[in-house]
Every structure is written in C-alpha cells, then in structure tokens.
Design a protein around this ligand. Sequence first.
Ligand code: GLN
Length: 491
Amino acid sequence: MTPVRTGSDSDWVLADGKLTALSLLFKMIGKSIETTLDNAERLNGELNSFLSIERDHAVERAKQLDSLDDELTLKGYAIAIKDNICTKGLRTSCGSRILQNYRAHYDATAVERLNAAGAIMIGKTNMDEFAMGSSNESSAFGPAKNPWDTSRVPGGSSGGSAVAVASGVVRAALGSETGGSVRQPASLCGIYGLKPTYGRISRYGLVAFASSLDNIAIFGREASDIAKVLSVIAGRDTRDSTSADVPVPDYTANLGSDIAGRKIGVPRALFGEGLDDEVRLKVETAIENYREMGAEIVDVELPYAKYGIAVYYIIATAEASSNLARYDGVRYGFRAEDTDALRKMYFKTREEGFGAEVKRRIMLGTYVLSSGYYDAYYAKAQKVRALVKKDYQKAFESCDAILTPTSPSVAFRIGEKSDDPLAMYLNDVYTVSANLAGIPGISVPCGLSQEGLPIGFQLVGNFWSEAGLLNLAARYGGQFPLGAKPSLFAD
Ligand code: GLN
C-alpha cells in the first residue's frame, strides 16, 4: 500500500490510516531529513558551506526509501557532496563561474553507490574553484566559514564538506583530494578526513583537476562514519580504468580492535621549521598517547619529503592546464557574450569564467610543459615523485603507519594568505606527499589551541591499508575524544 501525505510535511500514514513498521521507518527518515535540511538552511547564512541545498531531491529520496529494502546499509543516512562530484540533474559548479549553471547528466559512481545503499544526498558543498586552494577563498561564490570561528577559513579545497560535518548538519560528506583537500580541512575543523589509496574509489564523475593525483575522499564526524561510507563506495568500476580490482573489506568490522604492538613511524625531521609550536605540542602529545595505548613508536626518515611541495605544484598544474582546456565555451558551461570571432570567444570565456588562482595554475602548468622547460621542470618532477614514493616504501619496512601534523598551523583568518600564493601552498607541506605516492592518509582531531581552534594529526599508511588506519584513528578517538563542539553546531 502506498503511503500518502496527510497534514504536515513529515506526517506520513498509510492510506487506510494504519502505521506499519515500514511507514514508521519512513516517518523517522522523513522527519530527520526535514530536520537535517532545516539545519543546513539555517546555518548556511553564516557558514556558506552549501552551494545548493537540494530539499526536493532529498525529500523525494526519503519517500522512495520507504518502499526499499530495510537491510540497506546507509538507509536514510544524510550526506553532503562536494560540488565537483557529478549529481544527475543537479548543479555541479566546481565552485566556478564557468560551470555556474552546469547540471550534470549523470551520477558519479560514488554517488550512484551511495544512492543504492540508501543514503540521501542533501546538497552540494562549497569549494575552492576547481579544488585549487587550501582555504575555500578561491570559490566564485564566497568562502565557507569555519564553524569554530567564522572569521577564519575552514581549510580547503573541500571546505564546505568539512563545515557541513563539523557544524553537525551531516555525519559524513564526500570531498576530493589532489594534495590534501580533505585531510587539511578536516584538521582545521576538528573532524576526521580520509584520503584513500589512489584507485580505491572510482573517479568516474569527479571533475578532473590533476588526474594522476585526484581522489574522492571522505569526511566523518567519527572514524566509523568514514568506514561506513568507504565500505559502500570503494571498489573497481569499469568506467574508471585507474580504479583497482582489489577486494573491498567491511571497513567497520575491526574498528576499535587492539593496537598493541602496532608500529607508528615518526619522521622527526619534519617537525621543525614552519610548524606552529601549539600544533607541535599537541601532536607530540598524540604520539605519547599512542605509546600509552600500546603502540611502538619508531623513528623513520623521509628525505625527499621536503621536495613534495615543489614537485606537487609542478605536476598538479601541468595536469590542470591540460584538463581545464575543455572549458572553451562551446560544449558546456559559461560562454562570454559579444564576441564576433571564435578565438575571441575562447579567450573572453576563459578570461571571464575562471578566477585568478585557476588562471595562475593554467599558466604555470602550460609553462612547465612547454618545449624547452619540459625536461627541466615536468620530467624532473616526475623523477622526484618516484623518489618520494620510494621513501615511503622504505619507511613502511619498519612501521605500519607514519604520524605527522596534518597542517602546520590552526585555521588562519579569512584574507590572511589570499594575496600570497606561496604562503597558501605551504599549508600543504604535510599532505601532498601521500598524493604523490598514491598512498592513503587520515587526519584525526587531537585537541584545541589556546584560542579554541582544532588541531589534527595525520596517519599515512601503505597501499590498501585503510582498514588499519581507520582502526588507529578510531582507537585514538575512543580514548581521547575531542569532546568539544564548534560554536555553530546543529544539534
Ligand atoms: N591545496 C592544494 C592545492 O591547492 C590541494 C588541493 C586539493 O587537494 N584539491 O592544489
């Protein structure tokens, strides 16, 4: 029997007036989805974390779920999705004017799998334009704000997704990582953020920035939220030839298991220059906490890590300059007006459609790929990338995971670094190497600064070690929960 709507929005009964277990379940999902949407809308005025809140879509999905299998693992689970991940029929702007009114024609594989598992997508989140940035300030639609202190950035580029989770609107959200765009905002917002192994989650439907580095990645209020979502979306997809045919375990199965004897490597040389004292102190405490929990702490060396930023900003910009060539005003997206010749139309469209940071990256990338400079920059960067990867392989001979800070500082003020690209790029000093190597990493909250701003550490592991990383993160959170909520929190 089909449920019918009676009275208020979330008041559902069967046509004959009797509530069954199924319609009761819908009543719960329906109600909570309405509350979730209300929270998202209420907080968005201050936080700007959503570029679109899809109320009709979410309510419709909740209705459909009523007739679906109760065993669905994520039934009724509200989720937010970064606006560079395609959602069929819904706006997918990449935080850019050039795609401002673009509606995707298909769902990304990750979205398709979330839907099939019963999750409800409530909206698309704010981001640095085309995922280029570490603060959310390069969004064409204004920055998302940090819910702990709205005068500060939430980090980036997946800032909106981080804020949606940190502010209590949803328990989990999808972001993307090319060089740290989930781990860094997770750290700055006091939540968990996992970048999986390259190839673990299909990139089909993730708008390309730098294809050899891009990943879909996951934010969670707890490590267990990430484990739930990863178990659903990971795995081989024939539509992404770089997705790997590696079995997907149930990542929730061993969460909370003993970590005694696990070896955690610490590259002390990376704890020096450029690292804020408060961050160093909290991360050192986290290392001691792990020791108390039974882990063995060992010294490791990553001698090529110091070249990570230089290598990343050559390879990422090179790939971006090629990937973004498709935005020409012809096939989709924004087209400049008043142009009487094709070349002029191309120029004007890209001039008006892209923001400053994206243009800077396209120019840098075009330069490092140009004949005469290719060998000096791009080819050399590829060689050093191989050395960065080798460093990790060697380090993992003596440990299970490597612990460093996630970000060298707490959340900075909006505007503080926006005129200094180099200062902005240096934010990624701890995160880019894992992307260059293709290995997984997770950011874990570990305390607040004196000003009450979150601090996080990251654990990086060998290929396909997500289950181990999630367990280390969950154990830490179980023993040393952050225990504080941001000033803007939904429930
Ligand atoms: N902050 C880095 C950049 O600006 C990383 C971005 C990302 O991971 N998408 O490129």
